[in-house]
Design a protein around this ligand. Sequence first.
Ligand code: GLU
Length: 453
Amino acid sequence: MDRTDGTFEARTAGRERRGTGGWEDVLAGDAHLVTPGGEWRSKLWSIAVEQFNRAADLLSIEPDIRARLLEPRRSLTVNFPVRRDNGEVEIFTGYRVQHTLTMGPTKGGIRYAPGVSLGECAALAIWMTLKCQLVGLPFGGAKGGVRCDPNRLSHSELERLTRRYASEIFPIIGPNRDIPAPDMATGEQEMAWFMDTYSQHVGYPVPEIVTGKPLVLGGIVGRQVATGLGAVYCVESVLERIGLDLVGSRVVIQGFGNVGAVMARELSNRGAVIVGISDVTGGVASSGGLNVDALMTWVGEHRFLRGFPGGDPVARSDVLEIPCDILVPAALERQITEDNASKLDCQLVIEAANGPTTPDADRILADRGIHVVPDVIANAGGVTASYFEWAQDQQKYLWDSDAIAQRLRTQLRRGIQRVFATADRLDVDWRTAAQAVAIERFAAATRLRTIYP
Ligand code: GLU
């Protein structure tokens, strides 16, 4: 049986915890249906487990605590109908996974994508916990989404889908329970629909039910750019540590969405040279540097990068292999794999996306001396700004934009310094160190709360 994690054996000491008394045939026949933890199985979940176990082993976390840290506390799967514009009814499946309620309410985005699954949400939810703990936010992690192709849905179909999904997960969310936010293919408009739906249900406005809202509904200045900006602060801290100058550094970015585009602009404003960039339609490269303003204008007018005249076209899959100093995967998960890790030509990888590197690729990069700044710190800027927005809405006291920008920078730089200090203390790579910082805090909180009843 393919166990998703080593902790299972320790936890159950070789016994099937759901009983073997007279059920041997059932267990032998369809054991996968009843294996604890099997619910979460997905490629992304096994990556999350492998990374978690490496750090938990190092910290010698006790087996029972380890199992409680790893598996999601709550999850909900919903199937619901949405009327398409042509009058037909389509059934969609959505999820919300809450990884831990130990340190506070749960926090995490909602994504619309064809690959969304319970296992994917579970992995992304544990990474949200680690992110929040690493940066010192009073949240556990969550993640949700709807399995759909958002490009196939009209504006009004997306509104109906968002509102119905919000109603479906209503029983488990709330400003002190679980606070959603944007993720892939969701943004301010979806958050406004979400906030409105929740508010209609309870009968009064509740801006603090989601973050990433438009400003006029209680959003904060800078939430949209916060993930990209946070990743740039990480780049600055790392370059200070390894003694590389950002001015003149060659950067390649995979992804030109909310995160990739902000990073391109901010890094080039600080003197870096963007030598390659891509989106879903393909990539563009120029060893002399791409003009980021021209890229922005082009995408503003044509929606995608395809056809951009200011550089050489590159296949989307080849963008990661363009020679550079700093490579930024800022798109999807599992992009750097054992197939391409040996072909990367860079000194530093900044994981602006969630889960872009597989464990096999991680080992190859480590052997090649390529540093990886892991996702749990590199893209923590988004949830950090979300925390400011939530705190503002809870307090009904407006924060000014300078305070937000400054606190974002301080909080992220503190987070990455914790990673460096732990990497030195434990003599491990930055990913393991980042996980260890977060797991140590989480384990301490879990031990202190003990077990109810
Ligand atoms: N979806 C973002 C992330 O993966 C932000 C989550 C939030 O702001 O709650 O970090």
